[in-house]
Design a protein around this ligand. Sequence first.
Ligand SMILES: O=C(O)CCC(=O)C(=O)O
Length: 219
Amino acid sequence: MTAARPLSGLRLVPAYLDRPSQEALLAALRAVFARAPLYTPRMPNSGKPLSVRMTNCGPLGWVTDEAGYRYQPLHPHTGQPWPAMPDLVINAWKSLAGYPHAPESCLINYYGGAAKMGLHQDRDELDFEAPVVSLSLGDTCLFRIGGSKRSDPTRAMRLASGDAVVLGGEARLAFHGVDRIIAGTSTLLPEGGRINLTLRRVTLPQQRSGSVRGRAADV
Ligand SMILES: O=C(O)CCC(=O)C(=O)O
């Protein structure tokens, strides 16, 4: 088996958030969930439900359903704008992204004990100069990352509560996913499971539009 080679632009920051910051972020996210409830997203075309539940905060939210992957300003079930990003989220982007413009989307995934996410690339954004910044809360997961081709060798990393990951440079278009959640590894979420936040710039800095169709959905 070929070993995965190191990826430039992949940065793991263990314990980026200490426990009090994790608790503060969780409280802010509970307020987001009250206004923009977690829902079950569906796969393009087939409509098959994903195993994660999702919501968003920030001006644009990433959604998927039978019509495809896309960013949009409204929650698909409530029809309301996504709530603002909590300050802790914006501060994480400022300190980790190394990118001069604000994030436009914070996708929030909730993984119950059996949830996972298949290998995929994040390519529904127009600006690949901006990294994707990820924050993890709750149970540890086994995160898998490979290269820019689906067939590239992959490696697994454990992401624990409070860890941050930056996918920039060569790693920006790396295939990645979540193999599984390791139950009972954190006491942060009383209900168990894991919350992951991914912060993204969606548009090119000089432009902004109401809805950005995903490249994957456009081909
Ligand atoms: O949960 C994670 O760590 C990864 C999430 C992810 O890949 C995504 O939302 O695109």
